[in-house]
Design a binder for this molecule. Structure first.
Ligand code: AMP
Length: 466
């Protein structure tokens, strides 16, 4: 069907009324492709990015089915949507409530962080549509508080992320309690992720599933990089970029919770009003922070990947990667905060030497070429690697010996020992411990230094979802 309208796809008048009230005029590509298939009872595996309109793509046909078909079991949940994070679950719930506001359908949500007893009470009211994060829902399943015996549709949103967060087992355990003849829909940024095919075959219970890949126009996001010397330089770039850029709202990504908290402080110090979103914050703090950003009371949001995954925030036209994303998929999710629903946007990544290889693999993975820009007065001394491999990654500058070549020092020749300046004098050497002179001093502190400890490598932030 060429450019269908919503009336070609959805027939229920109350749902069409809700679409009109939300100013949804034209279906997006993912909606045009999937809605008819869902209404034909097909199991689907859809690769679609956040921002493509996938929430409406599964909610509208699921609701139409509930409104127009006879339930297998009146007390059972009819549509179950599993999402990786609380924020995403909340967002899906809000969208669902908007779509069914002119109908009698009830939407419930259960996620970690809220009290179990309220969630049990909510489930007793049998909402037709239930949105949940897998960990908490499985707890409720084990308590016998759920009823999926007549479930029409099971939807896994951001299935790749659920796997990454180790929620695959929980998802499968929940799926096993669902009506066997249900329809299953899986949405994921990519269908190529390791382990995903296995999850799909298990959750689909060997039933055939159609694969739909939604190609997005990605050129609506201007993607740029700025070279940086080190963290301090990146901080100066951040402050200057925000001062010089014309933007409505910006999201700044850091790779760790600690860095996100530091940037929050830096921006506040520079008189910005900022919202922050990372795993060290309580659920309430995160919610408040997001609400403030959504309501335009702040223009800046500092976030880590997990906390900001899948979030739909209107009007974000600038994304700054203070640290480069760990993978192409994370990069896509980050820049997907801008340029949503056909709006344009800009993504700027700060690239210091440690970010270079990540950046070039992301360029290759996404088949894009980042535009290199600089800020006057803040041009980095770092100009990229001295030598670049054909892959775009930095090549080692150490000279390699040709295979089979003899060592330049002949074994018979006397080896000349290098004498360092510091070895000639007593400079830069650790003094011998003086324990004997200070028996009362702890041995490790006897020379005034604490023992050398292994350097701690900070792990990437995994947030505290579920
Ligand atoms: P999603 O990918 O579902 O998170 O949607 C991204 C954004 O696009 C949300 O703000 C939706 O409200 C909006 N959106 C989805 N479908 C449409 C549509 N057909 N017309 C206009 N906006 C839409």
């Amino acid at each position: 069907m060429q450019n269908p309208t919503f009336t070609d796809l959805i027939s229920h008048p109350q749902l069409l009324k809700a679409l009109e009230a939300q100013d949804f005029e034209q279906p997006t590509a993912v909606q045009a492709l999937t809605i008819p298939e869902i209404l034909q009872q097909k199991n689907l595996m859809v690769s679609a990015k956040t921002g493509s309109g996938k929430t409406a793509a599964f909610l509208l046909p699921a609701m139409q089915k509930i409104l127009t078909s006879t339930p297998v079991n009146k007390l059972s949940t009819r549509t179950l949507i599993l999402a990786p994070t609380r924020e995403l679950a909340r967002q899906i719930t809000k969208t669902a409530q908007l779509f069914c506001r002119f109908t009698s359908l009830q939407v419930g949500m259960v996620t970690g962080g809220d009290e179990l007893k309220y969630q049990k009470a909510l489930l007793r009211k049998n909402p037709e549509v239930l949105v949940a994060t897998p960990g908490r829902l499985l707890e409720l399943v084990k308590l016998g508080a759920t009823d999926f015996s007549g479930l029409d549709i099971l939807i896994l949103d951001e299935a790749d992320r659920m796997l990454e967060l180790g929620l695959g087992e929980d998802v499968l355990a929940i799926a096993e309690t669902c009506y066997a003849q249900r329809q299953t829909l899986l949405f994921s940024a990519t269908l190529e992720q390791r382990g995903l095919k296995h999850l799909i075959s298990q959750v689909m219970q060997g039933q055939p599933a159609e694969e739909i890949a939604v190609r997005e126009k990605s050129n609506q996001i201007q993607q740029e990089i700025i070279l940086a010397d080190d963290v301090k330089h990146k901080e100066r770039l951040l402050v200057a970029l925000l001062a010089k850029s014309d933007f409505t709202k910006a999201v700044i990504f850091a790779n760790t919770k600690v860095k996100a908290a530091q940037l929050d402080g830096l921006l506040r110090y520079n008189k910005h009003t900022v919202s922050a979103l990372h795993g060290d914050m309580t659920q309430d703090q995160r919610k408040r922070s997001l609400d403030i950003f959504r309501q335009d009371r702040t223009r800046l949001l500092v976030a880590t990947d997990v906390a900001a995954r899948g979030l739909d925030i209107d009007g974000v036209d600038l994304v700054i990667n203070f640290d480069m994303a760990h993978s192409g998929d994370d990069y896509i999710h980050r820049i997907g905060r801008t340029g949503r629903a056909d709006n344009s946007g800009r993504a700027v990544s700060f690239i210091a030497a440690p970010d270079w290889n990540l950046m070039s693999s992301i360029e290759r993975y996404l088949k894009v070429s980042f535009v290199r820009i600089s800020l006057p007065g803040l041009v980095a001394a770092y100009e990229g690697p001295k030598k670049i491999k054909t892959s775009g990654k930095a090549a080692s500058t150490k000279k390699r010996k040709p295979a089979g070549a003899k060592s330049s020092v002949d074994s018979k020749t006397k080896v000349r020992e290098k004498v360092r300046e510091k070895d000639k004098k007593n400079v830069g050497k650790r003094r011998a411990p003086v324990v004997a002179q200070h028996p009362q001093t702890a041995p490790e502190l006897a020379d005034g230094f604490a023992p050398l400890k292994k350097k701690r490598i900070s792990k990437p932030d995994l947030g505290d979802e579920e």
